[in-house]
Design a protein around this ligand. Structure first.
Ligand SMILES: Nc1ncnc2c1ncn2[C@@H]1O[C@H](COP(=O)(O)OP(=O)(O)O)[C@@H](O)[C@H]1O
Ligand SMILES: [Mg+2]
Length: 285
């Protein structure tokens, strides 16, 4: 069996800054849901952009990325057949990335554009059965009532659920989510994480999701890959990532990952308790 995501010796630096990713390697097997954690600037978004083939690694390096056995890029060159590989990869972003002036339905239908002939893509001609599929996905994420609204009129949580519906319609086998809950309130965050988890368990999607809080990773992902300054500093069971280990790995940056104002905003428990004890799932949300 080929790994769902295979990354070897991946190196990326930007012109204006030091190394963003430093020859990192890992594999994610089909059906896993893996958290990617790290303080701001540790390289999470860079890694997800590279895996989705949106940008190349440094040329002159032996960087290799494959998704489901298909090459995404090699030695700093994007694969020639990237379009067909990209069709299998669903992307979910912090800022939702919907087309604001279009309806929710049209935004979700955009998820199937890669399967349609060019003329239908250009003119946006969708069959009733395709619209039905999009509507079913909107029902599944709980916003069927918004189907004809412009995307811009939805709340952040609803927009992110529409973005997930788009990924469902795309029938993506691999979903890359870049801080999908960072801009959301606790209840919307919970819903979005539940939906991603359901796609993983029911639809068999492999999911790599970057998160800012270890408590959320703990609840939804068995495995965590932790980045620090472009290096993988931990790759293993999320449950072993105690606050103490996080402080060993990250020093003062650990506080950013342990911060709980968002996840605990609606809780009465003092936030300090979780910082000094092993993390308890019951403390999340
Ligand atoms: N477009 C860019 N141009 C220059 N430097 C960048 C760019 N994007 C990211 N970086 C730098 O690369 C490093 C990793 O950033 P990023 O991948 O955005 O981290 P994270 O998503 O974990 O916050 C940081 O030092 C950041 O400043
Ligand atoms: Mg980022």
């Amino acid at each position: 069996m080929k790994a769902a995501i295979s990354v070897k010796e991946l190196t990326k630096s930007y012109k204006t800054s030091s190394v963003a990713l430093n020859a990192i390697s890992f594999e994610i097997q089909s059906g896993e849901m893996v958290a990617l954690i790290g303080a701001s600037g540790s390289g999470k978004s860079t890694l997800l952009r590279l895996i989705s083939g949106l940008m190349p690694a440094n040329s002159g390096t032996t960087s290799i990325i494959e998704v489901n056995g298909q090459s995404i890029q090699k030695n700093g060159r994007i694969a020639a057949d990237i379009r067909s590989s990209r069709a299998q990869i669903g992307l979910v972003f912090q800022q939702f990335n919907l087309v604001n002036r279009l309806t929710v339905l049209t935004n979700v239908l955009a998820g199937m554009l890669h399967r349609l002939p060019l003329y239908r893509t250009l003119f946006g001609i969708f069959k009733n059965e395709e619209k039905k599929l999009a509507y079913e996905a909107l029902k599944r994420v709980g916003i069927a009532q918004c189907v004809h609204q412009r995307a811009s009129t939805l709340s952040g949580g609803q927009q992110q659920r529409a973005a997930i519906a788009r990924t469902m319609v795309q029938k993506a086998k691999v979903v890359l989510a870049d801080e999908p809950i960072a801009s959301l309130d606790p209840e919307s965050s919970r819903m979005v994480m539940e939906l991603l988890s359901e796609m993983n368990q029911k639809d068999g999607c492999t999911i790599l999701v970057s998160l800012h809080q270890i408590q959320v990773a703990m609840k939804y992902c068995k495995r965590t890959i932790a980045l620090s300054h472009g290096d993988i500093v931990y790759d293993g069971p999320t449950e072993s990532l105690t606050p103490r280990l996080l402080r060993e790995l990250y020093g003062v940056d650990a506080e950013e990952l342990l911060r709980e104002e968002q996840v605990n905003a609606e809780m009465s428990t003092p936030a300090t308790t979780a910082l000094h004890q092993p993390l308890h799932l019951a403390n999340v949300y």
